[in-house]
Ligand binder design. Structure first.
Ligand SMILES: O=C(O)[C@@H](CO)OP(=O)(O)O
Length: 221
């Protein structure tokens, strides 16, 4: 039996300041670093085999801190042309290494014009209900940005194409990503309806564990 582990990045500086981040590349806060280190401790006894993350540093920082506590060594696969050979042949990795793939399909939802704005101020300007709809409805886009449905439609094909084969091969897979890209993944694997998805909140730095058994995901509480 193998596992899928989902980790939302630790608190970022803009989580701390209560600002919409989206694709703005804001690093972790001190608390976020501590959350990622606590998560690393929790995962230390579990052998991770392959790692996926986004192109945003808060998710990557979280992943690197997690991997620092693993016995195997993470190897980050860069996309530069020169390193094509090495980067695109992960079958060369041996059992002592954890290939790390980063891809913008796993990025946070693109928050459009809201990026950088304080969430409390946005409520004052647009009203609490409107801001809730933008933040948590499934298919309403925030101004100039992606709805959760848009995020789902880019995240899930990547999940199916790149991540599922690793699970099917019996690997323990960790994904370090974001509130909304991971809400998409949880919606998909737990089959959560469009009506129920607004209730799903993911805590920063707290791993979610799914056993992968005969093609099915079983959540471990
Ligand atoms: O600011 C963001 O990018 C996200 C995650 O912190 O916010 P929200 O919780 O509103 O989706």
């Amino acid at each position: 039996m193998n596992y899928l582990i989902l980790v939302r990045h630790g608190q970022s500086r803009w989580n701390l300041e209560n600002r919409f981040a989206g694709w703005v590349d804001v690093p972790l806060s001190e608390k976020g670093i501590q959350e990622a280190m606590d998560c690393a401790e929790e995962l230390a006894d579990m052998q991770l085999d392959v790692a996926f993350t986004s192109k945003l540093s808060r998710a990557q920082e979280t992943l690197f801190l997690i991997l620092a506590k693993q016995k195997k060594t993470g190897i980050f696969l860069h996309e530069s042309k020169k390193r094509d050979e090495w980067s695109y042949h992960p079958e060369r990795f041996d059992d002592s290494e954890i290939p790390i793939y980063s891809d913008e399909h796993l990025n946070e939802r693109y928050y459009g014009k809201l990026q950088g704005q304080n969430k409390q101020e946005a409520k004052t300007v647009y009203g609490e209900e409107q801001v809730f709809i933008w933040r948590r409805s499934y298919d309403v886009q925030p101004p100039g940005g992606e709805s959760l449905k848009d995020t789902y439609e880019r995240t899930i094909p990547y999940f199916e194409e790149k991540i599922m084969p690793e699970l099917e091969a019996g690997k323990n897979v960790v994904i370090a990503a974001h509130g909304n890209s991971l809400r998409s993944v949880v919606k998909y694997i737990e089959n959560i309806s469009d009506e129920d998805i607004p209730k799903l909140e993911l805590a920063t730095g707290k791993p979610l564990y799914y056993q992968f058994v005969k093609g099915k995901f079983i959540k471990e509480e």
